[in-house]
Design a protein around this ligand. Structure first.
Ligand code: IPE
Ligand code: IPE
Ligand code: MG
Ligand code: MG
Ligand code: MG
Length: 298
């Protein structure tokens, strides 16, 4: 993907968001295909909503590293499908029990618990269907490594593992180190995967920088999510504000307090920017995305 300097950041975001929406729309089975209710619920949960930060990161690293557009599309949509599945399950009564997601009733409220469970299962499988598409990459070993990377980032040593720690931490005291580990897994792992999958054609130095950037901005992402849970309102967030306190979750706000949590987000932002230093203007989108992630209001 070539770098397009003619667009400002807002325009670039709009173009990439539209692009990922179209890719997901054509990837998800039609709601008129059997089983209709499941397909309708999958489309309900995966389309028309969300900031698409993971897709944006993937497209930005693809631009930096010259990764082919069809590879970037597959990677970006696969990560967004895993992310959408994680949100559907995260909202279920047995997890965070949240009725609102992306400004709409959560999947299990709009449909029912069993459907939400299956939506998560099916979105996860679809992510791997997309990424394992025959001949997606000229180099099949490289494609297998991409599948491996996303599987690891999603599983018990990635997102799902972080979610397990999150649930077991309810009402518990946690060290800052323990909290960082939980956040790195439940949120950081998929963000890192998005950035690395986009960086497929990068040199070893570029990939190392992207990884360093993504690890810092991935943790910052969840620090900001914790802050917004206490500072933003439900309408702006599109999900229930104050949920962490209601659910007795340890967060950066409960452990450090608001001011120190904000300072940490800033330190992580700075570390992410430092990792891009060798790439100057070529890393402009990643720089802008780091600002977007840490300054966002929802
Ligand atoms: C919310 O992620 C869940 C976390 C991992 C913190 P996002 O804030 O990226 O949610 P959407 O995709 O924009 O709805
Ligand atoms: C969720 O973290 C991380 C996921 C893997 C979905 P949160 O539980 O804080 O996410 P929100 O605030 O409900 O979006
Ligand atoms: Mg949660
Ligand atoms: Mg939640
Ligand atoms: Mg949250």
């Amino acid at each position: 993907m070539p770098i397009n300097y003619t667009l400002d950041f807002t325009q670039w975001v709009a173009v990439q968001q539209q692009r990922i929406e179209q890719v997901l729309d054509s990837t998800l089975p039609s709601a008129s295909n059997c089983p209709e209710a499941l397909h309708s619920a999958m489309r309900y949960s995966a389309l028309a909503g969300g900031k698409r930060v993971r897709a944006l990161l993937c497209y930005a690293t693809a631009e930096l590293c010259g990764t082919e557009i069809q590879v970037a599309d597959a990677a970006a949509s696969a990560v967004e499908l895993i992310h959408a599945y994680s949100l559907v399950h995260d909202d279920m009564p047995c997890m965070d029990d949240d009725d609102l997601r992306r400004g709409k009733p959560s999947c299990h409220k709009q449909y029912d618990d069993a459907t939400a469970l299956l939506v998560g299962d099916a979105l996860q499988s679809l992510a791997f269907t997309v990424l394992s598409k025959p001949q997606l990459c000229a180099n099949s070993a490289q494609q297998l490594a991409m599948v491996h990377l996303l599987a690891n980032a999603s599983g018990s040593q990635g997102m799902a593992g972080g979610q397990a720690i999150d649930l077991s931490a309810v009402g518990q005291l946690m060290s800052q180190q323990g909290l960082a580990q939980m956040h790195r897994l439940k949120t950081g792992a998929l963000i890192e995967a998005a950035a690395l999958l986009g960086a497929q054609n990068g040199s070893p130095e570029q990939v190392a920088s992207v990884k360093n950037y993504a690890q810092n901005i991935g943790l910052a992402f969840q620090v900001v999510d914790d802050i917004l849970d206490t500072e933003a309102d439900t309408h702006t967030l599109g999900k229930t504000a104050g949920k962490d306190a209601n659910n007795h979750k340890p967060t950066y706000v409960t452990i450090l307090g608001l001011n120190q949590a904000k300072a940490l987000a800033n330190t992580l932002y700075q570390a992410a920017i430092d990792a891009l230093q060798p790439y100057g203007k070529n890393a402009q989108r990643l720089h802008e995305l780091a600002i977007f992630i840490t300054q966002r209001r929802f």
